[in-house]
Design a protein around this ligand. Structure first.
Ligand SMILES: [Zn+2]
Length: 333
């Protein structure tokens, strides 16, 4: 284990308060052998610190005496530093809706970090630089990215899976529900950009923001990602335990789901979910799900409720998803 001791500096948490070099780096762990690159991002939404906690925990475990042998490199990044500090989802704009090609091209065209970009523009530019620099350093092997989130309502863990085959292959090791088709309704998710940039990517949601289970589940997600990306062996006990935990926590929810409907909201229309509805609850057409200034909002179709909004910030009221039979629909769209 002697070889691992000199990695401690590399893995130590950095100052995350400044916008300078290394800002947003939670830590890295470079394995004993060359291999794949896994980037994990926590706190892209500032009111979701569980992802950051989980990454700190796994980096600590990887430094432990009973840590498994690692191939390749894990890089753990914190997303929206200012919003994390203020414990808000975002300050100006949702950082997980800004990763369209036109937006990232625009940010990359200008070398300066200008205050006119707004708080999230500055955050995105910094994160984009870190991601590009990480890719630049690790060009040799395959690259994977997991974006770690929690939800405003209580929820089993699940993954939002991109349409590329590489993303699906990477995601198939995660024994929780796989939701597809969200990118059609929500352009600009970080995992979508990562997918275009050559990462096999996944957005993982672990449960309610404040629940202590959420950190444990996101640690299980990171261990599963380490194995699925090939950094550690699949029979590593923490991978086996993590996968078992994710399977148990999502029992009863269909494994393959597709987004069928989005109820968008505009600021000031007084949208409020009716209390009691939870993520993946079964709904029938006509069930009253929410209300706004125009009155009650009935479900336009039957299915499972998805991502009901129980917080103030956000433009998505709720979604409806439906179970699909096949894992391989819309592959080559
Ligand atoms: Zn989130």
């Amino acid at each position: 284990m002697g070889a691992r001791s000199d990695e401690k500096d590399d893995s130590a948490p950095r100052d995350r308060s400044a916008d300078g070099d290394g800002a947003g780096l939670i830590g890295t762990h470079r394995g004993d052998d060359p291999g794949p690159l896994l980037v994990c991002v926590g706190g892209v939404h500032g009111n979701e610190p569980a992802g950051v906690r989980a990454l700190e925990g796994v980096l600590e475990e990887l430094r432990g005496d009973d840590a498994p042998r690692v191939r390749g490199r894990l890089v753990a990044l914190a997303g929206n530093l200012g919003a994390l500090q203020a414990s808000v989802r975002y300050r100006d704009r949702d950082l997980n809706r800004q990763w369209t090609t036109s937006r990232t091209d625009e940010l990359q065209a200008d070398a300066e970090v200008r205050p006119e970009l707004g708080p999230e523009g500055v955050e995105q530019k910094r994160l984009l630089r870190s991601l590009e620099a990480t890719l630049e350093e690790d060009r040799r092997g395959p690259a994977y990215l997991v974006d770690l989130h929690t939800t405003s309502s209580e929820s089993p863990p699940f993954g939002i899976v991109g349409r590329r085959e590489a993303c699906r292959r990477f995601s198939s090791a995660f024994p929780f529900p796989h939701v597809r088709g969200l990118e059609r309704h929500l352009p600009g998710m970080l995992a979508d950009w990562a997918c275009r940039r050559g990462f096999a990517s996944l957005t993982a949601e672990a449960g309610q923001h404040e629940a202590s289970d959420s950190v444990t589940r996101l640690r299980a997600v990171v261990w599963t990602a380490l194995a699925s990306a090939g950094l550690v062996e699949k029979d590593e006990p923490r991978v086996r335990d993590g996968r078992a935990l994710l399977a148990r926590a999502s029992e009863g929810v269909p494994k393959h789901l597709e987004v069928r409907y989005r109820h968008g909201i505009t600021p000031g229309n007084g949208f409020r979910m009716k209390p009691g509805w939870k993520n993946f609850d079964r709904v029938l057409e006509g069930d009253i799900l929410a209300e706004d200034r125009t009155g009650e909002i009935p479900s336009p179709q039957s299915g499972l409720l998805f991502l009901p909004l129980y917080q103030k910030l956000g433009s998505d009221g709720f979604f409806l998803v439906r179970a699909t039979q096949s894992e391989h629909r819309d592959d080559e769209e």
